[in-house]
Design a binder for this molecule. Sequence first.
Ligand SMILES: *Cc1c(COP(=O)(O)O)cnc(C)c1O
Length: 483
Amino acid sequence: METNKGILSLDEESRVRIWQTVSEIIETYVSDVNRFRVTPELDPEKIRAPLLPMDFTGPIDPFEAVDFVVKALWQYQVHTPHPRYFGLFNPAPATMGIVADALVAAFNPQLATWSHSPFAVEVEQHLVRSFGRVFGYDPDETQGTFASGGSEANHTALLTALEHTFPRFAHRGLRGLDKQPTMYVSTECHYSFLKAARLCGLGTDAVRSIPVDDSLGMNIDLLSETIAQDREAGFAPFMIAATAGTTSAGELDPLAEIADVASREKVWFHADAAWGGAAALVPELRHILDGIERSDSITFDAHKWLSVPMGAGLYLTRHRDVLERTFRITADYMPRDASGLDVVEPYAQSIQCSRRFIGLKVFLPLLVAGWDGYAAMIKHQAEMGDLLRRELEASDWEIVNRTPLPVVCFRDGRNAKGRSFEFVETVTREIVSSGEAWISTTRLYNDIPVIRACITNYLTEHEDIHSLVASLNSARKRYHERR
Ligand SMILES: *Cc1c(COP(=O)(O)O)cnc(C)c1O
C-alpha cells in the first residue's frame, strides 16, 4: 500500500481476494456453527489480552486483521445463529438479510432524505404499507418509520402519543402542560417503556405498571380503575401500551379489551408486538392478535421473528401526520431536491438523521421467501415450541406460562427443591457454561423463578429439542444428588 489512496481502499486485486475470503468465512460460519459450543468462556482478561498491544501505530496486513477478528468472534460470543440458542428472540439471520446488509454497507445509501436515496426510501415506505396491511391497518393510511429496534420504536410511540394528546407538547415540552401525563403498561412489559419515559422527560414515576392475570395479560379492571383514580387525582392519562408477546413468557395482553378502554378514555393505544407480531403471518395464530388493528401505533421488530440481522425495528401508525408533527425540524443545510414532490422525508419522521437502509434486510428476504415462506417457518418454530412443552412434561418438568408461541417457562415438577431460585439458576448456569445450549431464567406471576427456553431459530429441529431436554434432565439429576 504505497499510495495514500490505497490506505482505505485496497488495490483491486486485494479487494477481489478479500471479498472472496470474507464470503468463504461467512459460508463456513453459517454452515458449521451448529457443530460448535453455543456459549463462550467469559474471561475479560483473556479477551482483552490480544487487544492491549494493538495501539494502531503501524499498519497490519488486511488479511491478518480479518483473521484476528474472525477467530475472536468464533471464540467469544454467544452464537445466536446456533440452533441450540434458546434465547431472547435473537434469530439466525436469513441468508438474504446478510446479503442485504453487505450491499447496504457497500452502496451506503443515506436515508435521511428522500432525494439522496429515493429507491431505498420508497422500498421502506412500501414495506410500511405492506406491514400495515398485515396488522389490519388500511395500508393507504399507514405511516411509519424503520428504527434501530423495538426500543427506538417504543420511544417513538411515546413521543407521538404525547404529541397527539397534547398538541403543544412538541413546542412547549412537558413543562407547557397543565397536568402530569401518565401512561399504562403491564408489569410484564419490556423495560424500554420505562427507559423511553426517561428519555421523553416524563420520568418513570409517570409509568403505571398494571398487574397481570393468571394468563400474564394486563388486568383490565385494574387498568380502568387506575386510570379513573389518576384522573381523579389530577393526572392526564395519555397512553396504554399493550404487549403482544411478552419478553419473559410470550403472553399477550387482551388487545381488544384494551382497545375498548383506550377509546372510552380517549388515550393512545400502542401495541408492542416486537416479537409476537409475526403471528399475524400465520392463519392459525392470527387470532391471538385480534384487536391490534384498532391500535394507534405498533412496534414490530423484523430482527426478531423475521430473522433478519440486527437492528431492524419498525414503528407503524394509522395517524397520517403524527410523525411529521412530532419530528419535523428544518435546517438550511438539508437537501431540498425533492421539494414539491409527493414524497416522505425520513429525517422529518424519525429520531435518526443519517440512517442506513434498514428496510433492505427485510425487503430481500421477504421477496425471496414470500409471506407463505415466512408463515411456514413461523409455524415450524411454533411446532418446535409445542414439542419442547411435550418433552418437558414427559420428563416431569412443570410448564408455568400459557402461550401458543414457542417460549417455554418451566420448573422442576418432581421435587420441591426444584422450585427454588437457586435450582433454576444452578441448572441454567450449568447448561450455559457447558456450551450445550443457551437458556435463561426469569420470574413470573409474582416471583415464581423459572427456566426460560425460546425457539428463536428457524433451523432448530427435533434433535436440538431432545438434546436440550436431555441436558436439563442430567443437570437436574446432578443438582438433586448433590443435595
Ligand atoms: C425485544 C423487545 C423490545 C425491544 O426491542 P429491541 O429491538 O431489543 O430494542 C421491546 N418490546 C418487546 C416485547 C420485545 O420483545
